[in-house]
Design a protein around this ligand. Sequence first.
Ligand SMILES: [Zn+2]
Length: 158
Amino acid sequence: MDYGYNELIQAGYDFIPSRIAEHLHPDFFTGTNPIYAGLESDKSLMTNGESPTNSAHFCCRYLEGTMRFIIPPTIVLPEPPHLLYPIDIVHELGHVLESIFNFDFYFDPISDYAKVHIYDESFAEAFCYYVCYDYNDFPVSKELDREINSFFNGLWNW
Ligand SMILES: [Zn+2]
């Protein structure tokens, strides 16, 4: 299906239980290099070591030691929407959710990506697993499944 950004973003939100989705209000920056908007510098690197200028990522910065935003929670989507999937939006919204909890939680990895970047990516990847059961790359233990589900189910009454 050929999505525009609006349809892509909406399709991502559609995966997420509304009681959680209603807390997620990032800005979206789409379709061009985030350096032009001052969201990144040409020296920034993402957790996977790639430049943030051409791949989807979450961007958010606080004034050091405070909760005052320099850059408010922003999902940056530089690539054309046909190169992305709704689950990519879910992943980035997972980072938005994580930022609401001050990045204090992490889960054992459910994917190779989370395994390599456990402190940066395990929460967002666990969130994808929560909303889409066949998302994981390898078997998830019953214990981890229970941990992930009880954490995110707990947010239904948040
Ligand atoms: Zn991520």
